[in-house]
Design a protein around this ligand. Structure first.
Ligand SMILES: Nc1ncnc2c1ncn2[C@@H]1O[C@H](COP(=O)(O)OP(=O)(O)O)[C@@H](O)[C@H]1O
Ligand SMILES: N[C@@H](CC(=O)OP(=O)(O)O)C(=O)O
Length: 545
C-alpha cells in the first residue's frame, strides 16, 4: 500500500466525457450534498464529512427513491448507456471497508454510468491455489479444516456480514463456498490437480467478490447486477491457467448484452474479472495472473468507450517497482506499446495483454488510479505521446530467468538455423523473452513461468539442451535477471552512456543486451543478485531519487 486513503475529496476525471453521457440531474443532486474539497464545510454546515459522504452515496445510489439511470437522463441524451469501465484490483476490495471506499469512488463520478469489474478480495486467488495444492496431500475428511479454505470462508463471511448483503446473495455465497469445498474434496480423492481444475478453483475468488459487492450496492440503495464473465460472453482459448481472449465472439456478445440497441441499462453491471469460458470445452478458464485488467479493457473495447479506469494500490504506473525503489515516481503518460513492454518484462502493475483491446479500438484510454489516494493524478495510457523530452520512463525487473546459449555445430552461413532453434522452443512450448543472434549462435532468455509460478525445472532444461543435439551445442545459466529500460530509443547513445557508467562503477557485468526491434525498450541481462542494486542506482541516475 503506497499511501493512505484520504477521505473527503472528489476525484476529478481529467478527461470529462462528452456532454450527452453526463447524468446531469444526478450530478446536481449529489453536488448539493457533497463536501467537494474535504476542507470546505458542507452546505449543511454542521454535518460531519462522513455524514456528508453518506448522503452523497445515498444521493447517487438511492435507486429506490431516486430515479433509475434512464430517468436521470436529460431528454435527447443517450439514455442508460455504460460510459466507463472501472476495474478494482484485489487490494482495492480486500475487505468490507475497502468495498465501502470503492462504492464511494464510484459515486464520486456521478456523471458516469460505470461497468464495474472486480478481482478477488485481497489475496484470495493465492489462498485458492494454496488450498488446491494442500488438498493433494490431505485426507478428504480433513478438507474442511484446511487453513486456506478456512481463511477464505472467514474473509467472505465477515465482509458479507459487515456489508449487510441480502439473503439471496448470502445464500449464493454459502452455495459457492460449499461448491469450493466439494471441489477440494474431489481434488483430494482424485489426487490430481489439472490445469482445468486449477482454473475452476481460481474462479471462486471473483465469483464471490462480485456477488458480495453487487449485493452491498443494492443494500445501499443502488440498482446493481452481478455477472459472471461468461454471462456476458467472454470467450477464450482452452489454454487453462493462461487463456487468450477470442475477440471476435467476445466483443459482439458483450455489446449485445450491455448495450443492446434502444434499451437502457437499468443497473450497474458488476462483472467478474480474470475469467472466461473456453471456446471448445465450455469450461471455466482464467486469463493469467492479474487478468482482470484485461477483462476490463475487453469490455471497454466492446462498448467502444473512451476510458477504462484500473484502480490499484499505487499512484499509477511508476518509474520502477516501489518494492525495489521506494521513492519511485508516477509516470503521468504512457503509450500502449510502453505499457505492454513494461508489463511483459515484469512490472506486475498491468497484465501484459491488457493493451491489446485498446490497440484495436485506438480511442480507448486506460487510466491507472490509486484507490487509496484518489487525488493522485495516476497514469493515462494512450496510443501516442510526444517523446521529445523523454529520456527514461520506467526501469523494470524480471528475475529468476534462464539464459540459454545455442551455438550451431555446422558451418557459417547455414540457413534454417534460427527456424530450427525456434521450432525446438515451439515443440517444447517454451516462450522466449530476449534474443540476441549472430550468424552461428543465439543467446536467449527463457520465461520462467511456463505455468503460473512454476519455474522451469532442471530436468526440463536438460531435456531442452538434449533436443538441440545434432543441430547445435546448447548450455544454460539459471538465476539471471532482465533489467528492462523503457525509454526513448531515439536517444540510445545518451542512455547507454549513463547506464554503462553506472554499471561500470558497480562492477556489474552485462551478460547480454538487446534493443533491436522494440521501439521502447532496451534489455540488459545480469546476475540475479546484482539486479536490484543496479536498478536502484540506475533510478538514481535517471530520476535523481
Ligand atoms: N512499475 C510499477 N509501477 C507500479 N506498480 C508496480 C510497478 N512494478 C510493480 N508494481 C507493483 O504492482 C502492484 C499493483 O499491481 P497489482 O497487485 O496487480 O494491483 P491490483 O491487485 O490492485 O490490480 C503494486 O502494489 C506494486 O507493488
Ligand atoms: N484475482 C486474480 C486476477 C487479478 O486480476 O487480480 P488483481 O487485479 O488483484 O491483480 C489474480 O490474483 O491474479
Amino acid at each position: 500500500m503506497q499511501s493512505p486513503f484520504k477521505p473527503g475529496r472528489r476525484c476529478v476525471c481529467q478527461r470529462p466525457l462528452p456532454a450527452p453521457f453526463r447524468l446531469s440531474s444526478l450530478l446536481l443532486r449529489s453536488t448539493r450534498h457533497r463536501t467537494d474539497s474535504g476542507t470546505q464545510p458542507s452546505p449543511q454546515g454542521r454535518r460531519t464529512r462522513r455524514q456528508s459522504k453518506c448522503l452523497h452515496i445515498r444521493a447517487c445510489l438511492n435507486a429506490a427513491a431516486a430515479p433509475s439511470f434512464q430517468q436521470l437522463q436529460q431528454p435527447g441524451q443517450d439514455a442508460g448507456k455504460v460510459t466507463v469501465v472501472m476495474k478494482f484490483g484485489g487490494s482495492s476490495v480486500a475487505n468490507a471497508q475497502r468495498m465501502r471506499e470503492v462504492a464511494d469512488i464510484i459515486c464520486s463520478f456521478p456523471e458516469h454510468l460505470p461497468c464495474i469489474v472486480l478481482s478477488a478480495m485481497g489475496k484470495t486467488t493465492n489462498l485458492l491455489l494454496a488450498a488446491g495444492s494442500e488438498a493433494l496431500t490431505t485426507d478428504p475428511s480433513s478438507i474442511p479444516s484446511l487453513q486456506p479454505l478456512r481463511d477464505i470462508k472467514e474473509l467472505h463471511r465477515k465482509a458479507a456480514g459487515e456489508l449487510r448483503v441480502d439473503g439471496k446473495a448470502h445464500a449464493e455465497m454459502e452455495s459457492l463456498l460449499n461448491e469450493l469445498q466439494q471441489l477440494l474434496v474431489g481434488i483430494s480423492i482424485m489426487q490430481d490437480l489439472t490445469p482445468r481444475a486449477l482454473d475452476s478453483l481460481a474462479s471462486f475468488g471473483e465469483r464471490l467478490s462480485t456477488r458480495i459487492f453487487a449485493a452491498f450496492l443494492r443494500a445501499e440503495g443502488l440498482a446493481a447486477q452481478q455477472y459472471d464473465a461468461w454471462d456476458l460472453g467472454l470467450t477464450s482459448t482452452d489454454d487453462f491457467t493462461n487463456a487468450d481472449v477470442l475477440y471476435e465472439p467476445t466483443l459482439a456478445k458483450i455489446a449485445a448484452k450491455l448495450a443492446p440497441p434502444g434499451k437502457a441499462q437499468q443497473a450497474i453491471p458488476v462483472v467478474t474479472g480474470f475469467l472466461a469460458r473456453g471456446i471448445n470445452t465450455g469450461a471455466i478458464t482464467t486469463l493469467g495472473r492479474g487478468g482482470s485488467d484485461l477483462s476490463a479493457t475487453v469490455i471497454g473495447a466492446a462498448l467502444d468507450l473512451p476510458e477504462v479506469q484500473v484502480w490499484k494500490d499505487v499512484d499509477g504506473v511508476l518509474t520502477s517497482d516501489p518494492r525495489i525503489v521506494t521513492k519511485a515516481l508516477p509516470v503521468p503518460l504512457l503509450t500502449y506499446e510502453e505499457a505492454t513492454e513494461l508489463a511483459f518484462f515484469g512490472a506486475q502493475v498491468l497484465h501484459p495483454q491488457a493493451m491489446q483491446p485498446a490497440l484495436q479500438s485506438r480511442q480507448l484510454a486506460v487510466r491507472v488510479k490509486n484507490s487509496y489516494n484518489r487525488r493522485a493524478g495516476g497514469t493515462v495510457i494512450v496510443q501516442k505521446r510526444d517523446m521529445q523530452e523523454v529520456l527514461m520512463t520506467s526501469i523494470v525487473l524480471k528475475d529468476n530467468v534462464t539464459l540459454l546459449d545455442v551455438v550451431s555445430t555446422r558451418m557459417l552461413g547455414q540457413f534454417g538455423f534460427l527456424s530450427t532453434v525456434f521450432g525446438i522452443f515451439a515443440d517444447n512450448k517454451i516462450s522466449v523473452d530476449v534474443v540476441a543472434t549472430s550468424e552461428i549462435s543465439i543467446s536467449l532468455t527463457l520465461d520462467p513461468s511456463k505455468m503460473w509460478s512454476r519455474d522451469l525445472i532442471d530436468e526440463e532444461l536438460d531435456a531442452l539442451v538434449h533436443a538441440f543435439e545434432g543441430v547445435a551445442k546448447a548450455s544454460y545459466q539459471r538465476n539471471m535477471s532482465i533489467i528492462s529500460l523503457i525509454c526513448n530509443i531515439d536517444r540510445t547513445s545518451e542512455i547507454l552512456e549513463k547506464v554503462f557508467k553506472v554499471l561500470g562503477n558497480m562492477k556489474i557485468n552485462v551478460k547480454m543486451m538487446s534493443q533491436g526491434a522494440s521501439k521502447t525498450n532496451i534489455s540488459l541481462v545480469v546476475d540475479d543478485e546484482q539486479a536490484k542494486p543496479a536498478i536502484s542506482a540506475l533510478h538514481q541516475e535517471f530520476f535523481k531519487c
